[in-house]
Design a protein. Sequence first.
Length: 174
Amino acid sequence: MGIQESSGWQRFFGNAAQTCAECGYAWAVTLDDADTAVMSMPRAVAALTGHPRARRKPAPAVWSPAAYAWHTADAIRIWAERFAAIAAQPDAMVEPFDQNRLADARGYESMPAAGAAWAVERAVVDWAESVQRVDPPTRFAHRDYGAMSVADAVRYIGHEAHHHAWDIANGLGG
């Protein structure tokens, strides 16, 4: 991918030396590594199809592995759409979305795991195309997070992918 580094993302995500306490994602990851985490999601969800635990919630307040796959597909696709919009109009405000309301509206817990695998495959295709449309240092405004760069968002979605691949593997008993 060859993404160039930007500055200032640590302010948004915290200290670059930090890692996610649950999944181990290092916030100082390179942009290429963050992109690889996103592009690897189809492999992470491939085990869902036909797996007896794909739609089993490990705890009442925790999504099933299939629901995590649906969420990740939506998050990747939404950011792909945002990158396309930023490329066309960098000064447009990026609006937040409530992941739990989206999960309820779409019915993640009742949607088939095989569909989630397909959705993730499609989402990463859109991601790969859209991330090429924007330069990593490009700044934009997010209604909740304030000023961000494309590089910040790539690392954020890299974490989403890495973390939810971890959630899926744990939910399947891996």
